[in-house]
Write a protein that binds this ligand. Structure first.
Ligand SMILES: *Cc1c(COP(=O)(O)O)cnc(C)c1O
Length: 477
């Protein structure tokens, strides 16, 4: 398929600009472009066809199953988009007088209340634009807290080795030293090892629960207590709240700070990288450090305020506001019963698929899982030379997006499946059939899987080349 620039024909552009109705102003030579701006020139019909052709070449939740573990590629209800497109939400300016945007402020205020209720936190900032950004914000809160107590020896953040890669990265960016704790054989935090690394230099612990292998930490209360007793704070990576929302709350497990990924759990489309929202909630003793602006009620009006010892701005103004509109719509549409049910179905769907696949595929961990599970293809790889990558590519040939691959790092030849609650039993059964067929092919015709995919717009790509020599922009002749 050619690029839109290659389809361009000089003079083909259709400009329907209205005639000038303001005085003409000559611009200073300095600010005038010296070279003509190269914009593609195409007729409207050709633009339409170009983008329709592109749409046909990609895979999204509207095309088929998308069980990308840890990413929660659930269906995002259309009503969210309708609400986020309302002119009262889209045609506003961040510097508008508070009096004129009370409705929008109420959206932030309500979302704050509901999400605090769901997480067991006391207040929340909506500034962070992504999960990792939320982690960074949360870590700065931890830093500010210790600093406010003149407790400057706390330089270390403990992170289990099963953590999402963003956790150690965020901790490093926030200026902490990362201490990794090896997980136990059951995939959970090893309490004895945790006790060994905790000390006077512990600033805090970052934890995902259910963790990244899809298991609920059985000793969670003990874990948070160990950190608190040592004087540290406990950070909850709540990027995937799908399994627990409406059932248990990080605040009740002893966590002090939580980030959420509204673009995962609370349904904003997020394939392709944004926009996202990673609000950070905290217990009241940390409220004073939150980034500005927070919403408070003054007389009968909502007003913005900057907390007294704020760590400062993390993003401009109020974060990605329209993602918050979508999340609030989602919460209001589901209600408290619906939120609970969504979590139950997410867990049910994952366990159903796990069970259905366990005759053929080796599961990395036994027993019930939460909203996702991890398979290890190590044996298939050793005995038949078929890797997790081969299976993933073969799934593409069957109209299915592959699961998350080679993550978490503690499982070899990992495939991590998160079906989400929005998929029907029929879709799950179909996916199970596809997995089983691929398994049989692995035993009889491994080469076919090495050659996959053959039905997609492009075959195997040079992934190393793409990473080493990325071509990020179009070079004109
Ligand atoms: C997705 C995810 C993140 C990072 O979120 P981004 O919005 O991609 O920055 C962090 N932790 C976990 C467990 C995740 O699944």
């Amino acid at each position: 398929m050619s690029l839109i620039f290659e389809k361009s024909k000089d003079g083909r552009a259709l400009s329907l600009l209205p005639s000038l109705d303001v005085p003409k102003v000559e611009l200073d030579d300095q600010v005038i472009r010296k070279k003509e701006l190269k914009l593609p020139q195409l007729a409207e019909i050709d633009i339409g066809r170009h983008y329709t052709e592109l749409v046909k070449k990609v895979h999204g939740v509207n095309c088929g199953f998308y069980p990308l573990g840890s990413c929660t590629m659930k269906y995002n209800p259309r009503v969210n988009e309708e609400m986020a497109a309302l002119p009262g939400f889209t045609n506003i300016h961040p510097l508008q007088e508070e009096d004129t945007v009370q409705g929008c402020m109420k959206v932030l205020d309500l979302a704050n209340q509901y999400l605090c209720e769901i997480t067991g936190m006391d207040n929340m900032t909506f500034q962070p634009a992504a999960g990792a950004h939320g982690e960074f914000t949360g870590l700065l809160l931890i830093k500010a807290y210790h600093k406010s107590r003149k407790d400057l020896k706390r330089t270390k953040i403990i992170v289990p080795d099963s953590a999402h890669g963003t956790n150690p990265a965020s901790a490093t960016m926030a200026g902490f030293e990362v201490v990794s704790v090896k997980s136990g054989d059951d995939g959970c935090v090893d309490i004895e090892r945790l006790k060994e690394v905790v000390g006077e230099d512990t600033a805090g612990l970052m934890l995902t629960n259910p963790n990244t292998v899809g298991l609920f930490e059985k000793d969670i209360l003990k874990i948070t207590e160990i950190i608190h007793n040592a004087g540290g704070l406990v950070y909850y990576d709540g990027a995937n709240l799908n399994a627990i929302m409406g059932h248990v709350r990080p605040g009740d497990m002893g966590f002090d700070i939580v980030h959420l990924n509204l673009h995962k759990t609370f349904s904003t489309p997020h394939g392709g990288g944004g926009p996202g929202s990673g609000p950070v909630g905290c217990k009241s003793f940390l409220e004073q450090f939150l980034p500005g602006y927070l919403i408070t009620r003054k007389n009968d009006k909502l007003t913005f305020k900057k907390p007294e010892s704020s760590i400062g701005m993390i993003k401009s103004f109020y974060g990605n506001f329209l993602v918050v509109v979508r999340a609030l719509t989602y919460i209001l549409m589901l209600g408290s019963e619906g939120i609970k049910k969504a979590a139950l179905n997410a867990v049910l769907n994952a366990n159903y698929m796990k069970k259905m696949l366990s005759d053929e595929y080796d599961m990395a961990f036994d027993g019930l899982c939460m909203h996702e599970f991890v398979m290890s293809l190590e044996k298939l790889h050793k005995e038949h030379g078929v890797s997790a990558m081969d299976v993933a590519k073969a799934l593409l040939d069957n109209g299915m997006h592959p699961p998350t691959m080679y993550f978490p790092l503690i499982v070899h030849e990992a495939l991590m499946i998160e079906p989400t609650e929005t998929e029907s039993k029929e879709t799950l059964d179909q996916a199970v059939d596809i997995f089983k067929q691929i398994y049989q092919t692995a035993l009889t015709d491994a080469q076919k899987l090495h050659d996959a995919p053959v039905n997609t717009p492009v075959g195997r790509l040079d992934e190393l080349g793409a990473a080493r020599n990325p071509k990020l922009r179009y070079i004109f002749e």
